[in-house]
Ligand binder design. Structure first.
Ligand code: GYE
Length: 306
C-alpha cells in the first residue's frame, strides 16, 4: 500500500510553495539518500514549503495515484522519480491541464517534451560508457563478463545498459557479455542473480558490471560464498557511489564505482520555486559526477556524504 506524509496539512492558501513528490520506494541506499536529501530540505524550510511525500513501493500505479491526489490538492509543482519510462502520458496531461508543472527527478520519462518542465538528473548513457572503459582497464581487452541490470523499464537501467553495451561493441569487441539479467536495483536480487551466473559460468567470469552498487554488494557476497575473491578473481564496476561500496573498495572487494548524485533536494526545491514563479528553467539540469577507484578509496571515503 501507498504511504503519504504531509508536513503541513490543511490546504488553505498560506503563501507557501506547495510541492508533492512521488517517490519510487526504498530499493537502494542511493534512493534512501535521495529521499533524505529531499525531506531534509523540506524540513529545514517548513515556513516556506508545504511538502507532501508519497512512497509508491515500486509500483507505477501508486505513483499515478499520488500524482492524481497532488493534482486534487492543488499543489504548485509535482516532483516524480518515474519507476519506469513509459506509461505517463495520460496523468501528465491531467497535470498539464490543471496548470501544474512536473519535475522529473533522477529518472526520465518517455513523454513529449511539453508534458514535463525539466529533468533533474544524470547522464546514464555516459555512466554506462564510463563503466565499460573502466571494465576494460580492469580485465584487459578481452574476457567474459556478466551484467546485473536495474529495474526493468527504468531509464537508469535502460541507458546504463545501452551506454555500456554500445561502448563495448565499439571499443572492446573481444570483451563478451555472456549473461545479463535484472536484479531490480536491490542487494538481495543482485546476490540471487549472481549466484545463478556463478553456477552456470563459475570462474569463467572475469568481471561483473552492476547498474547500481546495492546489486554489486549482493554480488560480492555471492562471489565470496562461491569461494572466489571479488575485486581480484572477478573485477567489479557499478554505479552510484554509496558509502558501502567505498567500504568494499577499501576492503579490496570492489574495484570501481561510477558516481551518480542522489543529493537532489536543494536543486529540486529551488527549481520548483522558479517554476512556481513562472520562470523558465533548463530542460535538463544535469548532475556533475566522478569515477572512484579502489586505489584512492581509503582517502575518498573520508569525504563521502551518502
Ligand atoms: O542508481 C539506483 C536507484 O534512478 C539513478 O535508482 C536512480 C537509480 C540508482 O535505485 O540505486
Amino acid at each position: 500500500t501507498e504511504s503519504t506524509s504531509d508536513t503541513n496539512a490543511g490546504g488553505e492558501d498560506d503563501g507557501k510553495l506547495k510541492v508533492g513528490f512521488a517517490q519510487i520506494g526504498q530499493e537502494s541506499g542511493w534512493r534512501d539518500a535521495e529521499t533524505a536529501s529531499i525531506q531534509f530540505y523540506a524540513g529545514q524550510n517548513l515556513d516556506t514549503i508545504d511538502f507532501k511525500f508519497a512512497d509508491a513501493q515500486q509500483k507505477q500505479e501508486n505513483q499515478i495515484k499520488a500524482i492524481k491526489s497532488f493534482i486534487d490538492m492543488g499543489v504548485d509543482v509535482i516532483g516524480l522519480a518515474p519507476v519506469v519510462e513509459t506509461g505517463w502520458d495520460a496523468v501528465f496531461t491531467e497535470a498539464k491541464d490543471a496548470g501544474i508543472p512536473i519535475i522529473l527527478v533522477d529518472r526520465m520519462a518517455d513523454v513529449p517534451e511539453d508534458l514535463y518542465a525539466t529533468f533533474i538528473g544524470s547522464d546514464f548513457i555516459e555512466e554506462g560508457k564510463n563503466a565499460a572503459d573502466e571494465m576494460a582497464k580492469l580485465i584487459g581487452n578481452s574476457g567474459k563478463i556478466v551484467q546485473l541490470e536495474g529495474t526493468v523499464g527504468a531509464s537508469s537501467a535502460n541507458d546504463r545498459k545501452k551506454g555500456f553495451e554500445d561502448q563495448m561493441a565499439a571499443e572492446y569487441p573481444d570483451i563478451e557479455i555472456i549473461a545479463s539479467q535484472t536484479g531490480d536495483f536491490t542487494r538481495a536480487k543482485g546476490k540471487e542473480v549472481m549466484e545463478s551466473f556463478l553456477k552456470t559460468y563459475g570462474s569463467e567470469i572475469k568481471g561483473v558490471y552492476a547498474h547500481n552498487d546495492d546489486m554489486m554488494l549482493g554480488a560480492i557476497e555471492a562471489i565470496k560464498e562461491a569461494g572466489l575473491k571479488p575485486g581480484e578473481d572477478i573485477k567489479t564496476v557499478s554505479c552510484d557511489g554509496v558509502k558501502a561500496i567505498f567500504e568494499a573498495m577499501v576492503a579490496g572487494e570492489a574495484n570501481v564505482t561510477v558516481e551518480c548524485n542522489p543529493l537532489l533536494g536543494p536543486v529540486f526545491f529551488e527549481t520548483a520555486q522558479k517554476l512556481a514563479n513562472g520562470e523558465t528553467v533548463e530542460k535538463w539540469i544535469k548532475s556533475e559526477e566522478g569515477i572512484f577507484r579502489q586505489e584512492t578509496a581509503a582517502e575518498d571515503i573520508k569525504t563521502r556524504v551518502y
